[in-house]
Ligand binder design. Structure first.
Ligand code: KIV
Ligand code: ZN
Length: 514
């Protein structure tokens, strides 16, 4: 069995998905889970892209000690310097530097000749190597690059100090056979290729990202890159959980091991979906809600007789449990604390009391509190930023009747600490609440998307709402959870507005530093 390193880019390429913007606290929450999942490298972001991104990458590099943290940079000295400042306190600081090598990118985007590109690549890798022990170099749009030029530039950047060579299928254009051949060709024709880790990075525009990644592994890739749930630019990246499970289930075909703990797949997938607001399609391989559901009578009969008739992956293998009741209204604080620890959370004494109170309130209204419910409460508590001033919902009331115009009365406290109340109308209950909230906050709001889902099953399941909106012209997203859908809707609205304060706080800190 050969070993394959796993490079996760959920926090960088994944975060480039349309409409996704994670703040620092959310990124660290995902980073902690990626560490538990067992990835070898996590790409935390692109430090030179904004102050908020710089701080998030720095925070992750300083916090995550079991995994090498990488940051992206263009082939520019200033990007490399910024990335070093963000990453230097990490355990194994790693730079991911990229430069396009395809004729189409060199001509139209970079407006440079191949010779110029080669020279920039070598110079910037050599510069990066003076700071970073690990330098990954990516030939952007490698699959549409002239192969002889690719061989030449790869050899040169290895001589300049690159320790990992990545061959991205940037536009999701390649096929398994073609991509596999490219890896074989590089292995056979780049004289110094055995000095480095050779990495595959695929996008899913033609729906072949996972198949392409596996073809690369079969043909000499020693690292595979991807994201959780396959999120990413356009159609997304190769889905890491699908690659991991395919390697496991088809060991007869793929004699490769990874350091991943497959039992963490479900939880990792849930956290990423919750925090990015990107819902997982029911039929998504490995982590979709229907991945283990058997609908037809013939299948159900077969599975009852012998699960392997129609089930090639067991739910337990990927951490899907029966989601039974974990704690109830009679559970004391001792049992609660143990469960909190088991789920991987640590809180101060005061915060623990507060979270226990929230749990108790939930048990008073919900018959069964499942792992999923508890996990939602704990994660929200962890993400609550106490230092940022914000709007807080105090109370609301909605009148709805099929013959009347829905009205909402809402009371909230403002970031300045005063209480405000207002009543408003809308064509539906949610619209009435949102119109009222809009007239209570100072910001100019445009709602762009609203999605409602339930956490787990049953009529008393928690409601979760994700919204996308612009607040004073800046795109943001918000998330709200409650037992009632209207309360969850109001929470999501205010969460989106409050996130803007967190961003503004970062910008103000930046001004203070200049
Ligand atoms: O897909 C791509 O080419 C990338 C590069 C930045 C490596 O994500
Ligand atoms: Zn990419």
């Amino acid at each position: 069995m050969s070993h394959v390193n796993v490079f996760d880019t959920t926090l960088r390429d994944g975060e480039q998905s349309a409409g996704v913007n994670l703040n620092k606290l959310e990124k660290i929450e995902i980073a902690r889970q990626l560490e538990r999942f067992g990835v070898d490298v996590m790409e935390a972001g692109f430090p030179a892209s904004s102050q908020g991104e710089f701080e998030a990458v720095q925070h992750i590099a300083r916090t995550i000690k079991g995994v090498s943290v990488a940051g992206l940079a263009r082939a520019k000295k200033s990007d490399i310097d910024t990335a070093w400042e963000a990453l230097k306190d990490g355990v194994e600081p790693r730079l991911h530097i990229f430069l396009a090598t395809s004729p189409i990118h060199m001509t139209y985007k970079l407006k440079k000749t191949p010779e110029e590109v080669l020279q920039i690549a070598v110079e910037t890798v050599a510069y990066a190597k003076q700071k970073f022990p690990h330098v990954e170099w990516s030939a952007e749009d490698a699959t549409r690059t002239d192969v002889d030029f690719l061989v030449k530039v790869v050899e040169a950047v290895i001589d300049a100090g690159a320790t990992v060579i990545n061959i991205p299928d940037t536009v999701g254009y390649t096929t398994p056979e073609e991509y596999g051949k490219l890896f074989r060709h590089l292995r056979e024709n780049v004289p110094n290729i055995d000095k480095v880790t050779l990495s595959a990075h695929c996008h899913d525009d033609l729906g072949m990202a996972v198949a392409n990644s596996i073809a690369a592994i079969e043909n000499g890739a020693t690292q595979v890159e991807g994201t959780i749930n396959g999120i990413g630019e356009r159609a997304g990246n190769a889905s890491l959980e699908e690659i991991a499970v395919a390697l496991k289930i088809r060991q007869d075909q793929y004699p490769f091991t990874t350091n991943l703990n497959l039992k963490e797949i479900k939880r990792t997938s849930d956290i990423v979906s919750k925090l990015t607001g990107m819902a997982i399609p029911g039929n998504k391989a490995v982590v979709g809600k229907n991945a283990f559901a058997h609908e037809s009578g013939i299948h159900q009969d077969g599975v009852l007789k012998e699960a392997s008739t129609y089930e090639i992956i067991t739910p337990e293998m990927v951490g899907v449990t029966s989601n039974s009741m974990v704690l109830g209204k009679h559970s004391g604080s001792h049992a609660f604390r143990e469960k909190v620890q088991e789920l991987g959370y640590r809180f101060s004494e005061a915060k623990m009391k507060e979270v226990f109170e929230t749990f108790k309130q939930l048990t008073a209204r919900k018959k069964e509190v499942t792992d999923e419910d508890l996990f939602t409460i704990l994660m929200e508590a962890q993400l609550e930023n106490v230092t940022v001033k914000k709007y807080e919902l105090q109370a609301f009331q909605v009148h709805y009747g099929s013959a009347n115009l829905p009205t909402a009365t809402v009371a909230l406290t403002t970031p300045e600490g005063s209480r405000k109340e207002h009543a408003g109308m809308g064509q539906g209950s949610v619209e009435a609440i949102y119109n009222t909230l809009e007239s209570l906050v100072h910001e100019e709001i445009h709602l762009q998307d609203y999605q409602l889902s339930s956490i787990g099953k049953g009529r008393d399941a928690l409601a979760e709402v994700h919204v996308k909106m612009t607040v004073n012209g800046t795109e943001t997203s918000g998330r709200g959870t409650a037992q009632d859908v209207l309360e969850a809707s109001a929470n999501a609205f205010l969460n989106a507005v409050n996130r803007i304060f967190l961003t503004q706080q970062v910008d103000q800190q930046k001004k203070a530093q200049v």
